[in-house]
Ligand binder design. Structure first.
Ligand code: SF4
Ligand code: SF4
Length: 150
């Protein structure tokens, strides 16, 4: 089955890879790189501002910088192209391919007990697939692009 455009950014479970922190083409990585570049060599200034502005928040800059560097190097190609880097127990990706469906709601066994998901993810999976079924992938994708994933 060929996957193009909006489907390529949406996993068979309904999660939006485009908003995932681990996605290498995602908005979180993109904005992190922009912020990292905008901050430049901010570390020594953060140290100075701690005393100059008497602002303890600047003490947290090294941890913030390290996390920003982490987000800037996200490397996942997305669920349609590789195994999920976060939910290692996920069975939906391989299963949906073997069932020949783009999304689980298209499968006769939905909602099944074969996802490998925990209760929290299972609820999201059912809700997402019902929503795609109700409004179609195009409208669903637009909806997901407007809201944060987390
Ligand atoms: S496959 Fe998993 S880790 Fe990769 S972008 Fe999608 S949700 Fe994130
Ligand atoms: S069996 Fe379950 S996990 Fe597999 S495609 Fe069908 S609904 Fe999705």
């Amino acid at each position: 089955m060929e996957h193009k455009g909006l489907i390529s950014n949406t996993a068979p479970c309904g999660l939006h890879c485009g908003k995932c922190f681990a996605y290498k083409y995602g908005v979180i990585k993109e904005k992190s790189i922009e912020l990292k570049e905008a901050l430049g060599n901010f570390a020594p200034f953060a140290e100075r501002f701690t005393t100059l502005l008497n602002e303890p928040a600047f003490n947290n800059y090294p941890q913030f910088e390290a996390f920003l560097a982490f987000l800037s190097t996200s490397s996942c190609s997305g669920c349609r192209n590789q195994k999920c880097q976060i939910y290692e127990e996920c069975k939906v990706r391989d299963c949906s391919a073997s069932m020949g469906v783009d999304f689980c709601f298209q499968c006769s066994k939905f909602p099944c007990e074969e996802t490998g998901f925990d209760e929290n993810l299972k609820k999201r999976w059912i809700k997402a697939n019902n929503r795609i079924s109700d409004i179609g992938i195009e409208a669903y994708y637009k909806e997901k692009c407007k809201e944060p994933r987390y």
